[in-house]
Design a protein around this ligand. Structure first.
Ligand SMILES: [Zn+2]
Length: 96
């Protein structure tokens, strides 16, 4: 493929493989989680997996994965409870 970037591949039917591995690297910096990670922002379930991670640019984030709806998001630890967009996570992770 020689696509110049952009362009969302259209997927039919069920989703392709879920993202198994979150971007960034796991860090064990202690129990501090980012604001906004108390419940799923989509379905409000409190059943979340929370992982403290550091993206390639040094941004400390809490990665959350919802057990109920499989929503995934990255919240900056020093943020205001707003999740990073996927594009932003990719950019900060140095992946293009
Ligand atoms: Zn959810």
């Amino acid at each position: 493929m020689a696509a110049a970037g952009g362009g969302t591949p259209r997927r039919k039917g069920r989703r392709a493989q879920p993202e198994a591995a979150p971007l960034g690297s796991l860090s064990q910096a202690g129990g501090q989680h980012a604001p906004g990670t108390g419940a799923c922002e989509v379905c409000a379930s409190p059943r979340l997996t929370r992982l403290h991670m550091t993206l390639a640019d040094g941004t400390a984030v809490t990665f959350v994965s919802c057990h109920e709806c499989e929503h995934r998001a990255w919240f900056p630890v020093d943020g205001d409870g707003t999740a990073l967009s996927r594009d932003e996570v990719v950019r900060r992770s140095g992946r293009a």
